[in-house]
Design a protein around this ligand. Structure first.
Ligand SMILES: [Zn+2]
Length: 402
């Protein structure tokens, strides 16, 4: 951290907002263009690792995104003007004039809610977001109570000794499962532990560096890579001139149907949307290597299509051209399934040209997903380079149909 704190004010004065911008730089030097003499790649990378750890270990299931929202606010409050819509999406508007360009990631992760508490103190739960039951049994979870306390539990699984042969081969459904928090009665769960119906439950899984350099394992890379990317791209753009109005955004409730993006688009009224995501990788056994479009280490994904959105082809082309011209490794993706906040953004207002940039992550929607940090760094670079190119005439050109 020492060595990054001296930020020269020369060259940073623009639009008469030197004090505000340098304050942002002083407070957050690792995520932005650092002063001369500092290795910028290392600075951004160090910040990326600490930010991804903090974000992936946060508890932020749909409708309960408070912890990730607090990190967004803490990281960006000195870089621009903060606001929030009435569903909980949060925004940071940077100084600048011109078309409104939103860089958005969703703050929520797939999780659960307390659905019922049995008389003997076990917790029944339902899923918020898509889970495959195979990935659940014997995993640790954290229940966040109304007072903010986190109670650790485990999704209970019967020892094989008690399972008839036929049952061992079946997948258990979530409504048959329960969480054991170490209580012996409903009264204890409610009064001693403070757990109530509707409390959010998140996977419990520590951020872990892997043996291979730059590979990391954690829960919720979908979509904490998008959140970290929004924050770091925002810091880089806040430190430089750009010919548009950048709006950084964290949306809510993506995992239950791209809900927050609807109110976010109504609130922020962007002219263009760049969505940052953590989509599933397809480079593991069972996938054809020749058909892979989401390989770890293959670069930032530029998504042209999924069932939720056909991306504006001119914007998608600009993203691909920008990656090529800037030498940013990338992989172009056309997806048969899945969806992102672009599904809501591109239909808001009179239509908002949207594109999705992603960091492929193995095993998303489970307790342990894996990324290559270099793909993340390429996503941040492309988001910044693309945003810089979106000046007035370029943005108008995206929707010139007559
Ligand atoms: Zn997801």
């Amino acid at each position: 951290m020492a060595g990054h704190s001296q930020v020269p004010s020369s060259g940073l004065s623009w639009n008469g907002h030197e004090r505000k911008v340098t304050a942002c730089l002083r407070a957050r030097t690792f995520g932005i263009a650092p002063p001369p003499g500092v290795d910028s790649v290392t600075g951004v990378k160090e910040k990326a690792i600490s930010l991804l750890q903090e974000l992936t270990e946060a508890h932020s299931v749909p409708g309960h995104e408070d912890e990730v929202r607090a990190i967004f606010v803490d990281e960006l409050e000195e870089c621009g003007t903060l606001s929030a819509d009435r569903s909980g999406c949060v925004f940071c508007e940077l100084e600048g004039e011109g078309p409104r360009v939103i860089i958005a990631g969703h703050m929520d992760e797939v999780g659960f809610l307390v659905q019922n508490i049995t008389p003997d103190g076990f917790i029944q739960f339902l899923a918020v977001g898509g889970w495959w039951e195979h990935s659940l049994l014997s995993q640790r979870v954290e229940i966040r109570t109304r007072s903010g306390e986190k109670i650790t539990g485990v999704v209970a699984s019967k020892p094989p000794h008690f399972l008839p042969e036929a049952q061992r081969r079946q997948v258990m459904t979530i409504d048959q499962m329960f969480i054991d928090v170490g209580a012996t009665s409903r009264l204890e769960v409610e009064q001693e532990f403070g757990i109530s119906l509707g409390d959010p439950i998140a996977p419990l899984s520590p951020f872990t560096p892997m043996q291979r350099e730059d590979w990391y394992m954690a829960k919720a890379f979908d979509n904490r890579v998008g959140m970290a990317g929004t924050i770091q791209a925002g810091k880089q753009l806040a430190g430089t001139l750009h010919s548009n109005k950048i709006i950084l955004a964290g949306t809510v409730q993506e995992e239950v149907g791209l809900r927050g993006a609807k109110t976010a688009a109504n609130f922020a009224k962007p002219d263009v949307a760049i969505i940052l995501e953590g989509p599933p990788a397809d480079d593991t056994p069972g996938f054809s290597r020749a058909e892979s479009q989401g390989r770890l280490g293959g670069g930032v994904q530029i998504r042209l299509f999924d069932p939720s959105a056909i991306m504006n082809p001119r914007l998608a082309d600009l993203a691909i051209r920008t990656a090529k011209e800037e030498g940013i490794p990338h992989q172009v993706t056309v997806r048969r399934s899945g969806g992102t906040d672009a599904g809501s953004f591109h239909l808001a207002g009179e239509g908002i040209p949207s594109v999705v940039l992603g960091v492929p992550a193995r095993y998303i929607h489970s307790h342990n997903s894996i990324i290559d940090l270099n793909d993340y760094l390429h996503m941040v670079s492309l988001a910044v380079a693309l945003a810089r190119r979106l000046d007035d005439s370029t943005v108008k050109g995206l929707t010139r149909f007559l």
